[in-house]
Design a protein around this ligand. Structure first.
Ligand SMILES: *[C@@H]1O[C@H](CO)[C@@H](O)[C@H](O)[C@H]1NC(C)=O
Ligand SMILES: *[C@@H]1O[C@H](CO)[C@@H](O)[C@H](O)[C@H]1NC(C)=O
Ligand SMILES: *[C@@H]1O[C@H](CO)[C@@H](O)[C@H](O)[C@H]1NC(C)=O
Ligand SMILES: *[C@@H]1O[C@H](CO)[C@@H](O)[C@H](O)[C@H]1NC(C)=O
Length: 200
């Protein structure tokens, strides 16, 4: 009978210690298992960067005054998805063309789905209609036109979702910045491919 009151305080001291230890072990195991699952998923999917470039560009109906400009630009954007398992929904795509730091015109592109290991060429037509120019831009564009080519920036903003098997990711924003895009006024001139920088 005298031994019971002695063991009781000992058990009460050990119980909180065991609880902490158990919780720690369960937590640690969970973290290790989740980490392993992420690692295996990553190894299976092996995500690779998406690659974008401007393959062709041309200009037509160009006309400018000292204050305004009209022009139609055509670009071929090459989108390369090198992934073996990831496919991509392009839910909304907007493009713009800029001269120096001044946006000239915008356009939207039809949403599309890109399968894995696929190259898709997107044709875009951007119409600049009576765009106001700063006196500096008007002068510089005139000077560049005299050389037969103009240096432009092409930007793309897209909302995309990734698909792996039946799993789909949340929507992410993709931004492309392509420069310098040298567009020739003479259609016989060879277009130099421009790599786009991509940010997700
Ligand atoms: C580039 O675009 C121009 C005008 O649209 C076209 O005439 C030319 O064939 C295209 N070049 C290539 C390599 O696709
Ligand atoms: C360009 O616009 C001016 C007036 O702003 C006009 O006189 C001229 O004919 C136009 N040129 C072309 C090629 O459209
Ligand atoms: C651009 O086109 C508009 C009509 O669409 C015309 O009124 C304007 O004069 C043109 N501007 C130039 C610089 O050609
Ligand atoms: C890429 O996917 C598009 C749309 O599914 C298809 O039309 C095209 O042929 C594919 N291109 C290649 C190189 O697989």
């Amino acid at each position: 009978m005298s031994s019971r009151p002695q063991t009781n305080p000992q058990q009460q001291q050990q119980r909180p210690f065991n609880l902490v230890r158990c919780t720690a072990i369960v937590l640690l195991t969970t973290i290790v298992l989740v980490g392993l699952a992420v690692l295996i998923a990553w190894l299976v999917i092996r995500p690779k960067h998406l690659l974008f470039s401007i393959e062709n560009g041309s200009v037509s109906n160009f006309n400018q005054s000292d204050t305004h400009m009209n022009s139609t630009f055509y670009f071929t954007i090459r989108a390369h998805n090198p992934n073996r398992r990831l496919s991509i929904y392009y839910d909304s795509i907007k493009t713009s063309v800029a001269y120096e730091d001044q946006p000239i015109a915008y356009s939207t592109i039809q949403p599309f789905f890109q399968p894995h290991r696929n190259v898709t060429r997107i044709q875009t037509k951007i119409v600049a209609s009576n765009v106001p120019l700063t006196p500096g831009s008007a002068r510089d564009i005139r000077l560049e036109k005299g050389t037969g080519e103009i240096e432009l920036y092409v930007y793309v903003w897209a909302r995309i979702r990734f698909k792996v098997g039946v799993l789909k990711s949340n929507e992410r924003r993709l931004k492309l910045a392509c420069s310098p895009v040298m567009v020739h006024f003479s259609p016989t001139q060879h277009f130099e491919r421009t790599i786009c920088e991509a940010g997700i």
